[in-house]
Design a protein around this ligand. Structure first.
Ligand SMILES: C[S@@+](CC[C@H](N)C(=O)[O-])C[C@H]1O[C@@H](n2cnc3c(N)ncnc32)[C@H](O)[C@@H]1O
Length: 269
C-alpha cells in the first residue's frame, strides 16, 4: 500500500499540468474546494457518537468488505472504526456530489450510513437507494438517518445479488453510483456490468479503496479500460469513472491537489 501510494504520488498530476478543461474544473471545484460545509460538522458529530457505542450486534459478514474483524459479533464502535469511509474521503464525496448535482444516486454498501448521509446532504432532492446486506447494521444506519433528520433514503437490505436488480428498477437510471461493498475483483466487475445499462453520458461511478488489495487494483485497471469509459480519475483513495462522449479521446489521470506537490507547477512536465 505504501509503495502504491508513493508510486501514485510521484506520477500524479496537479492542475498546473492538466490540459483538459473538464479535469481542470474537477480539480478546481471538487478536489481543491476548501469550503467547510455545515453538513461536515453534523455528520462527524454522529460519527463521534458511534465511536463511543460499545453495544454489540450480530453481523452478517460479506467477506472482503471487512478486512479487520473476524467472527460475527461486533460493537458499533468497531464497525465505526474499521468499516466507514474517513472524514476526508466523505468530504470529497460530498463536494463531488454537490458539484455534479446527480438526480439519482445508488450506494452499494451503507454500513452505518455515514457516507450515505454525506451523499444525501449534498443532493437533497435526488432519488436515493442504498444497499446493505446485514440487517442489524442497516437498522443502525436508519437510526443515523433519523438523528440527522434525513428523509427519503430508500434502504434495501439483503445481499447485493438479490437487491441490486430491485434498486436499479426503482431508480430507472443512475447519475451517481458509489461502489463500496464487496472489495473483490469478480463482484466489483460483475456489479459494474449490472449497473452499466442504467448509466448514461453524464453518469459518474465512484469506487472506494482501489488500492486496498491486488484484486481491487486489478478490478480498477480492468474497468477503466472498458470501451464505455471515456475518462478515469484516480485520487488514490477513490477511483472515478466518467462516460461523457464529448471528450475527444479516452484519458486516464492520477490527480492530487497542487498543495500536495507545490513544486509541480508545470515546470517538470
Ligand atoms: C465498507 S462498508 C460501507 C461503508 C460506507 N459506505 C461508509 O463509507 O460509511 C461495506 C458494507 O457493504 C456491505 N456488503 C459487502 N458486501 C455485500 C454484499 N455482497 N451484499 C450486501 N452487502 C454487502 C457490508 O455489510 C458493509 O456494511
Amino acid at each position: 500500500m505504501y509503495r502504491d501510494f508513493w508510486r501514485f504520488y510521484w506520477s500524479a498530476d496537479t492542475k498546473y499540468t492538466i490540459h483538459s478543461p473538464f479535469v481542470f474544473d474537477f480539480i478546481k471545484n471538487v478536489l481543491e474546494d476548501k469550503r467547510l460545509f455545515y453538513a461536515y460538522h453534523e455528520v462527524e458529530t454522529v460519527r463521534k457518537f458511534l465511536l463511543t457505542q460499545h453495544q454489540e450486534i450480530s453481523v452478517t459478514d460479506y467477506g472482503a468488505g471487512s478486512k479487520f474483524s473476524k467472527g460475527n459479533k461486533r460493537t458499533i464502535q468497531q464497525i465505526a472504526k474499521t468499516a466507514l469511509s474517513s472524514p476526508s474521503f466523505c468530504r470529497l464525496l460530498f463536494k463531488l456530489t454537490k458539484h455534479y448535482k446527480p438526480k439519482s444516486i445508488l450506494e452499494m454498501g451503507t454500513s452505518l450510513g455515514i457516507s450515505t448521509a454525506y451523499l444525501r446532504m449534498a443532493a437533497l432532492n435526488a432519488d436515493f437507494v442504498t444497499l446493505e446486506g446485514c440487517p442489524n447494521i442497516a437498522d443502525h444506519a436508519s437510526k443515523v438517518f433519523k438523528r440527522l433528520k434525513l428523509k427519503e433514503i430508500d434502504q434495501i437490505t439483503g445481499p447485493f445479488s438479490e437487491t441490486l436488480d430491485q434498486a436499479l428498477k426503482t431508480l430507472k437510471q443512475v447519475d451517481l453510483v458509489f461502489f463500496d461493498g464487496n472489495h473483490r475483483f469478480e463482484p466489483t466487475v460483475e456489479y459494474f456490468e449490472k449497473v452499466l445499462p442504467y448509466a448514461h453520458d453524464q453518469s459518474i461511478f465512484i469506487f472506494d479503496d482501489i488500492y486496498w488489495s491486488e484484486e481491487m487494483s486489478s478490478a480498477w485497471e480492468n474497468l477503466k479500460q472498458r470501451p464505455e469509459v471515456t475518462l478515469s480519475i484516480d485520487l488514490f483513495s477513490m477511483g472515478i469513472l466518467f462516460f461523457r462522449k464529448d471528450f475527444s479521446q479516452k484519458q486516464h489521470f492520477k490527480l492530487t491537489p497542487w498543495y500536495w506537490k507545490p513544486w509541480r507547477m508545470g515546470f517538470l512536465k
